[in-house]
Write a protein that binds this ligand. Structure first.
Ligand code: ADP
Ligand code: MG
Length: 175
C-alpha cells in the first residue's frame, strides 16, 4: 500500500486528536514507493505516535508527519542498530514538545512503561507500535532532546511494484 494514502486517510482523525493549539504539518513525498503492511495497523501506529506527540505539547506546538523514500548503504545505517542496507519508505512523526531524557528513551518501547499519571497512560502505545513495525519487517528509531521535541522515524522496506499490476507479456502459459 501507499503510505501517503494511509497518512492522508488519517488526517481527520489526527486533527480531532490534536485539537486547536497544535499545528499539523504534512510533508509527503510526491510518490513514495509501496510498502507491504496492514492499513489498519499503520493507522494504529500513526494514532499512537500522534497521541504521544499531543501529550508532549500541552502548551501547543507543531506536529509534523513526513514520508520519504531512502536507499541506505553500509555508511547510512551506522548508528541505527538492526537496520540493514536497502531501500525503505520512511514515516516520521515529529513534535516540538517536552522531549525525553536518556533514562526515558532507554525504556520507551517496554510494555507498561509510562511517565504519565495513573489513568492517563497505559504504557502500551509504543510497545504496540514496535510490534506492528517489526511485523511489517521494519524498524523504528527515536531522536529526542529535552525541551526541544521528539522525532520517531519508521523504516519500512520498499517492495517491488514492477510486474504487480499486470503479468508481463510472455508470462502467460497459455501462450
Ligand atoms: N513524543 C513524545 N515526547 C515525549 N515523551 C514521549 C513521546 N512519546 C513517548 N514518550 C514517552 O514514552 C512513554 C511511553 O509511551 P507509550 O508507550 O505511548 O505509553 P503512554 O503514552 O501510555 O505513556 C510515555 O509515557 C512518555 O514518557
Ligand atoms: Mg502513548
Amino acid at each position: 500500500l501507499s503510505l501517503n494514502k494511509v497518512v492522508a486517510g488519517a488526517n481527520g482523525l489526527v486533527a480531532r486528536l490534536i485539537g486547536q493549539d497544535i499545528v499539523p504539518v504534512s510533508l509527503l513525498k510526491a510518490d513514495p514507493d509501496r510498502v507491504k503492511a496492514d492499513q489498519g495497523q499503520l493507522e494504529q501506529v500513526i494514532v499512537n505516535l500522534v497521541i504521544n506527540a499531543r501529550d508532549a505539547m500541552p502548551q501547543g506546538g507543531r506536529l509534523t508527519i513526513e514520508t520519504a523514500n531512502a536507499c541506505l548503504d553500509e555508511n547510512d545505517v551506522r548508528g541505527y542498530p538492526g537496520l540493514e542496507p536497502g531501500c525503505y519508505v520512511l514515516l516520521a512523526v515529529s513534535d516540538t514538545g517536552v522531549g525525553m531524557d536518556e533514562a526515558t528513551q532507554a525504556h520507551l518501547f517496554e510494555p507498561f512503561f509510562t511517565t504519565k499519571p495513573v489513568g492517563e497512560g497505559t504504557g502500551l502505545g509504543l510497545a504496540v507500535t514496535l510490534g506492528i513495525v517489526k511485523q511489517s519487517g521494519g524498524y523504528i528509531y527515536v531522536h529526542s532532546e529535552l525541551g526541544q521535541g521528539t522525532t520517531f522515524t519508521i523504516y519500512l522496506p520498499q517492495i517491488e511494484t514492477a510486474g504487480l499490476v499486470a503479468p508481463r507479456l510472455g508470462d502467460d502459459s497459455r501462450g
